[in-house]
Write a protein that binds this ligand. Structure first.
Ligand code: HEC
Length: 148
């Protein structure tokens, strides 16, 4: 069974085409905030309103592998996939990196799910693909990769 549904593949390709001049490859500056400076103060005040429970983690995992198709770029192990057909190079993100986990607030990650990471192939998922509650659930799962 293919992990990537046909719909998932076309999303990935659409994002690649829309992404245009995105530079992939080693990113020495993963710790640099991705939320623009004029938005970050507000984003950092947002907190996950949902406590981590086994049910929410399960839901987050299902979204990561399913309708969010996060797995197609971020990988089953959360370390980011290289050599995705149609995409070049390695993802500049490793969710198991504790330094990266510590550098980000939940609010900043939520902002990225709302707006995408400007200038990269990380697209916006809220509200077209995920509700806000689903986004918080998948972020609980992203946090779990860091062992936190
Ligand atoms: C088309 C490929 C792709 C898909 C699908 C994708 N991402 Fe990303 N994601 C990226 C890339 C590329 C980056 C790095 C962006 C950057 O360096 O700013 C990223 C970065 C991130 C970040 C880190 C932002 C930061 O502040 O450092 C989070 C969190 C994230 N993605 C979550 C998700 C979630 C959750 C999903 C599924 C709902 C998802 N991504 C789906 C490509 C993807």
């Amino acid at each position: 069974m293919s992990l990537i549904s046909k719909r998932g593949v076309s999303y990935v390709f659409a994002m690649f085409l829309l992404g245009g001049s995105v530079a992939w490859g080693a990113d020495p500056a993963v710790l640099k905030p991705r939320v623009p400076p004029d938005r970050i103060e507000e984003a950092r005040t947002w907190q996950n309103p949902f406590l981590e429970t086994p049910e929410r983690l399960e839901r987050g995992k299902a979204i990561f592998h399913g309708k969010g198709f996060c797995v197609t770029c971020h990988g089953r192990d959360g370390k980011g996939l290289g050599n995705i057909p149609g995409l070049r190079g390695k993802l500049p993100r490793d969710f198991t990196d504790k330094a990266w986990q510590a550098a980000r607030t939940d609010g900043e990650l939520f902002w990225i799910l709302k707006n995408g990471s400007p200038g990269t192939d990380m697209a916006s998922f809220i509200p077209l693909v995920l509700t806000e509650e689903e986004a918080w659930d998948v972020l609980l799962y992203v946090r779990a990769f860091g062992g936190t």
